[in-house]
Design a protein around this ligand. Structure first.
Ligand code: 9MR
Length: 378
């Protein structure tokens, strides 16, 4: 038989493609059989933030995916102060109730998010009609009513609360928020005490972004020590982990050790990995920051190049190796969303970009990063 060089090359190519297809099929089959939560059951909980839209739509395929892959859920927005009240000041429970109902029905670990934050809360909570601050006593009264009502409502259903969010600023000093200006450290101490009094079994956490970085870590440790000296019931430390491909992952290992030395359990609370070009030299998750859209700042509208996909997968793998190594200290790893199409990073810090930060793509299929994480447990 006379086979030309071209035919031979084509055949070799076909064999390689076939091998790749078989490998992908085998991987898909393995993931179909188990799922992340099963693979990591001896290490830590695997969570996802769910939006009110996901809960409302009840898309059967997406719901099946959530149930297969995750055993913990966090509400992306619906339990924030600004989402929980109607204009007239009455409570608006619909979305939060639907979230808790979903989690209870599927027996999922649920994290409340969040009882004290400077963001997504109207100015009117802190100010009189004349624009001046209300007194500390008045704010304490509002804080008490808010925290006791919501913690009581979901007592025994939510296993944990992000009690205070982002109290340390990007300058590594206490954030100059309305809360802090009026109440100082009492803002935090009261929040933890109130939640603990109402639900003594709930696991209470402090949650922040960039707090794996050495300077912010130190500021956070100083703050936690002050709280602990006052007997504040704080049980866990949340590192949001909104990171990028360039993030120094060693900082996570150092932080896990440093925070757990304070007697706190470690949670990665909002993990995602931004693959788009950074438009600032200090990537912060402070949500008031915005930049102008330019096509060069949105390079992957037609798909993620293989090279970047591989970098993303490697970054997830490296981070999880650290987390697995410290599984005795790490309680939970929660992704900030389920799939790329619905990630907040498509709109932050520039609206309308195409980002790829999560483990599931726009068709909700597992990405190479997902298989790397599954492979770590084989
Ligand atoms: O993902 C959330 C997005 O939908 C909201 O618009 C945004 C503003 O409130 O908050 C996002 O979630 C934030 C989380 O609650 C706290 N840490 C930073 C997250 C990303 O901004």
């Amino acid at each position: 038989m006379n086979i030309s060089r071209r035919q031979l090359l084509a055949m070799t190519g076909a064999t390689a493609t076939l091998a790749a297809t078989l490998k992908a099929q085998a991987a898909a089959k393995a993931s179909a059989a188990t799922g992340l939560k099963e693979a990591y059951k001896d290490d830590f909980l695997i969570g996802a933030a769910l939006s009110a839209t996901i809960i409302k739509q009840q898309d059967p395929k997406l719901m099946a995916l959530v149930n297969k892959e995750f055993n913990s859920i966090t509400p992306e927005n619906c339990m924030k102060w600004g989402e929980l009240y109607n204009e007239n000041g009455s409570w608006k429970w619909q979305d939060a109730d639907a979230f808790v109902e979903f989690g209870s029905k599927h027996n999922l670990h649920m994290v409340g998010h969040t009882l004290g934050w400077h963001s997504q809360i109207p100015d009117s909570v802190f100010k009189n009609q004349d624009g001046n601050y209300i007194s500390k006593a008045e704010l304490e009264k509002k804080q008490k009513a808010h925290i006791t009502t919501i913690v009581e409502r979901y007592k025994g259903k939510l296993a944990a609360w992000d009690v205070v969010n982002e109290a340390v600023g990007d300058d590594n000093k206490m954030r100059d928020s309305h809360w802090y200006k009026i109440m100082g450290d009492d803002f935090l101490v009261n929040a933890f005490n109130l939640a603990h009094e109402v639900d003594p079994k709930a696991h209470l956490m402090y949650n922040d972004y960039n707090n794996e970085r050495p300077e912010k870590r130190q500021a956070t440790i100083d703050m936690i020590k002050r709280l602990q000296q006052r007997g504040t019931p704080i049980h866990g430390l949340g590192m949001q982990a909104h990171i990028g491909l360039q993030t120094n992952l060693q900082d996570f290992e150092d932080s896990i050790l440093a925070y757990s030395a304070l007697g706190l359990k470690i949670h990665l609370t909002e993990l995602d990995i931004d693959v788009l070009p950074s438009v600032w030299n200090l990537p912060v998750a402070e949500i008031s920051t915005r930049f102008e859209y330019k096509p060069e700042r949105d390079p992957y509208t037609k798909g993620l190049p293989k090279k970047v996909e591989t970098k993303l997968a490697k970054a997830y793998e490296s981070l999880f190796k650290i987390l697995i190594k410290h599984r005795d200290k790490v309680d939970r790893v929660t992704f900030w969303g389920v799939s790329d199409d619905a990630s907040w990073l498509n709109d932050f810090p520039i609206k309308g970009r195409t980002n790829y930060p999560l483990l599931f793509d726009r068709q909700h299929a597992p990405k190479p990063a997902y298989f790397r994480l599954m492979d770590l447990k084989r």
